[in-house]
Write a new protein. Structure first.
Length: 145
């Protein structure tokens, strides 16, 4: 089955709160049992968000904080394995280069560590539990655009 071309935009929380909440609630809170008080950490309003739609349907997102931290990267289950995570990551790297970031920092779920390593991220911490899920800190050095 052919799908419409993905539409990836950089948005503010105020522009896309409903869509961002929908994706993150399904992936993090329902699927991974992250408690609401951890998911809604009060940092969304200061962040830029990547929002990927297929047609009019929001299917993936990520959050870019001014502290050069990428997080809250999520793809709805039925859309995984279609390259959407790679598109989000490339957009995040492009954003970081354009905004003269020195690095991108992430708190990666251990099961996704290989995904991030394919983009050049390196592990910078020992594994730790966050919201009941094993994570490690990772970093990608950014070259100027």
């Amino acid at each position: 089955m052919r799908y419409p071309e993905p539409n990836l935009n950089i948005v503010s929380w105020q522009q896309a709160e409903v869509s961002l909440r929908q994706i993150r609630e399904q992936v993090f809170m329902q699927e991974q049992s992250v408690p609401a008080e951890l998911e809604w950490d009060g940092l969304d309003a200061e962040a830029k968000h990547l929002l990927l739609n297929i047609g009019q349907q929001p299917v993936a997102c990520a959050r870019l904080l001014p502290t050069q931290h990428l997080g809250r990267m999520a793809v709805l289950p039925e859309w995984r394995g279609k390259g959407l995570g790679r598109r989000l990551m490339q957009c995040a790297i492009d954003y970081a280069q354009h905004h003269a970031w020195h690095a991108i920092h992430i708190s990666a779920q251990i099961q996704a560590q290989g995904f991030y390593q394919r983009f050049g991220f390196t592990v910078t911490s020992e594994p730790y539990l966050d919201a009941g899920i094993w994570h490690c800190d990772m970093r990608l050095q950014i070259s100027p655009a």
